[in-house]
Design a protein around this ligand. Structure first.
Ligand SMILES: [Zn+2]
Length: 122
């Protein structure tokens, strides 16, 4: 996994310059740690600000304690299934489904903003 940018918002490498990114590696690999959810996770450290982060930092499942099928949640909510029905179907709590819906919503908003940033109205 190659970290796309430093997660520290005040670091100069927070928004990686796509032209210099492949040439300059702003991070160092500092090892792995074991999680109960996904097993071994690699850790990195920014050479500029010193902040450490992991490959999970850039995942939609960052800091979750259980893996859920986000595609199934997205499909179910799109078909009008209730949150409680989805939680029964996936055998998890209501709050876990609400949390994933929040994450999917934020990711969708970010994708929409990214895709429409270069558009202009005539
Ligand atoms: Zn940094």
């Amino acid at each position: 996994m190659i970290p796309p940018f430093c997660p520290n918002p005040v670091c100069p490498h927070h928004k990686a310059d796509s032209a210099s990114f492949p040439i300059f590696r702003f991070y160092t690999r500092i090892g792995f740690y074991l999680t109960a959810v996904v097993g071994l996770v690699e850790r990195f450290k920014c050479k500029s600000c010193g902040r450490s982060f992991s490959e999970r930092t850039f995942s939609i499942d960052y800091y979750t304690k259980k893996n859920l099928d986000n595609r199934e949640i997205f499909r179910s909510i799109g078909e009008g299934e209730s949150v409680s029905s989805i939680s029964r179907h996936l055998q998890c709590s209501l709050n876990s489904i609400r949390n994933r819906l929040d994450r999917l919503g934020r990711a969708s908003i970010a994708l929409h903003a990214s895709l429409t940033s270069g558009l202009s109205l005539s």
